[in-house]
Design a protein around this ligand. Structure first.
Ligand code: CA
Ligand code: CA
Ligand code: CA
Length: 472
């Protein structure tokens, strides 16, 4: 269990380019590990809330660790935001969870990590508030190795995929967040204060004050950002929201009460720095339209949505606007499939389950796919045996394959140097195989990437042979 906890979290490493290419700087004064056991602070409106207090932390302001870290964000003051995605699976729940536990997916045994058998804080039958201390966006200062990570509760609690940061014209931050779970929501946080020059020291509390909104996509192509503010609309004490902390900790219940749109697993969001259009990948949702589950709606129009889609909107004014106009950027799919709802409308190369998403500084949209290993090469994915990364000029709309990953992987994470001559991407879990996955002494046979032994997740550095700008 300790080994597993140490393998969770975030690594800060320093890399440098020299004549031979990119290398890790060792030793580095920045290098450190943040794990599932690293002490961190809880800040914002839910810090100290009764629902955040535990036997080990009666103050409700201190927590150990961050888990299931998925995508990320970068702030204008140089800090890194990591997101806690499927955190509930680490907790053992009671035979019959209460309504709050049930809404967040708490169940007996969790997802099978078994940490609760050796570390009692993961046993929610003994420490029922411990799960409330996860599901937050965590701010990390990579330039100060002594700086404690901070869980920013003003941004709301969710199975966060990522936290994409942009700025209004007057310098406030806007953070777009998707909750990667079936029938969950897209959020936006707008800060109260403007970013000040001076790095993290000058912006230490910026993410503690602001307004959190959830998206509602109307059938006529308009949309609304509904505020998650205590005592506004249905978010009252009578409905279970005693104060702003209760609204943020129970963000899913608050979004339900507001009538926000239940989406097909929102993953990454991206803001086009030129057009200011915002994109979100909706990776898939095979439960859409099933008995007892929500049916199709305008924004999520396909039942059994195996292929996923990308939605795009433009705020009505600056990025802090509370109304927007939306459209489907693309419905992923494969035109050769017999099932109408899996054909899609891609112009260019076929793909499904879009996940990673980024618009680079010149406006090129990069799309990374995460088709489940159990699905790759089968059924609707018969013609897609591997995950991949694609590129698109959104002003033209044609989507072209840029690279294909090794077998059994997911392609995720993207960054470029400012000169656009080096790109970094990640290959996650190469060689994953549903039939072979659990024997550590018998590495999978389907991939030996990257170095011929046991397959390992790794970062790939991409440059052009002529050293030129990538994508031209
Ligand atoms: Ca995800
Ligand atoms: Ca993802
Ligand atoms: Ca995914």
């Amino acid at each position: 269990m300790r080994k597993a906890q140490a393998a969770h979290g975030v690594s800060i490493i320093e890399v440098q380019a020299d004549a031979q290419g990119w290398r890790q700087v060792l030793p580095s004064r920045y290098a450190r590990r943040i794990t599932a056991a690293t002490p961190m602070r809880i800040s914002g409106p839910a810090a100290g809330h009764a629902m955040m207090r535990t036997a080990a932390d009666p103050s409700g302001t201190r927590v150990l660790g961050t888990i299931n870290n998925c995508a990320h964000g970068e702030t204008p003051w140089g800090t890194y935001l990591t997101c806690e995605e499927n955190f509930i699976g680490y907790f053992n729940g009671p035979d019959t969870p209460d309504a709050h536990g049930k809404r967040w997916g708490l169940r007996k045994g969790g997802s099978g990590y078994r940490w609760h058998e050796f570390d009692e804080r993961f046993d929610a039958t003994r420490h029922p508030n411990e799960p409330n201390r996860f599901g937050w966006v965590v701010e990390i200062d990579p330039f100060d190795p002594k700086a404690e990570p901070i869980k920013r509760t003003a941004l709301g609690r969710a199975a966060h995929e990522g936290a994409t940061v942009a700025q209004t014209a007057d310098g406030r931050v806007v953070v777009y967040m998707g909750e990667d779970a079936r029938f969950e929501y897209i959020y936006k946080f707008v800060s109260r204060d403007r970013v000040k020059p001076g790095g993290f020291a000058a912006n230490r509390d910026l993410l503690d004050h602001g307004t959190l909104y959830v998206a509602k996509f109307n059938a006529d192509g308009s949309g609304e950002w509904l505020p998650l503010v205590h005592d506004r609309g249905p978010l009252t004490a009578a409905n279970g929201f005693a104060n702003q902390g209760a609204v943020l900790i129970q963000a899913r219940q608050a979004s339900d009460a507001l009538g926000a749109t239940k989406m097909d697993r929102p993953e990454w969001t991206a803001v086009d720095p030129i057009s200011k259009e915002v994109y979100c990948t909706l990776t898939n949702n095979s439960n859409r339209g099933r008995d007892g589950r929500p049916g199709v709606d305008a924004a999520n129009p396909r039942a059994n949505n195996t292929m996923g889609h990308i939605i795009r909107w433009k705020e009505s004014g600056d990025l802090d606007a509370t109304r927007f106009q939306w459209t489907h950027f693309v419905m992923a799919g494969d035109p050769s499939l017999p099932r109408a709802e899996a054909k899609g409308n891609i112009r260019g190369d076929i793909f499904g389950s879009p996940d990673g998403l980024w618009v680079d500084p010149r406006g090129v949209l990069w799309i990374q796919t995460d088709v489940s290993t159990s699905t790759l090469g089968k059924g609707d994915y018969a013609n897609l045996p591997n995950n991949q990364m694609l590129a698109c000029d959104p002003t033209k709309g044609e989507i072209r394959r840029f690279l294909v990953g090794p077998r059994g992987c997911e392609v995720t994470g993207i960054a470029m140097t400012p000169d656009l001559r080096t790109m970094f991407i990640n290959i996650q879990h190469p060689g994953e195989s549903p039939s072979e996955r659990s024997d550590p002494d018998a590495p999978t046979k389907i991939s030996r990437w990257p170095d011929g032994g046991r397959p390992r997740s790794a970062t790939v550095v991409i440059t052009k042979n002529d050293g030129g700008v990538i994508g031209l």
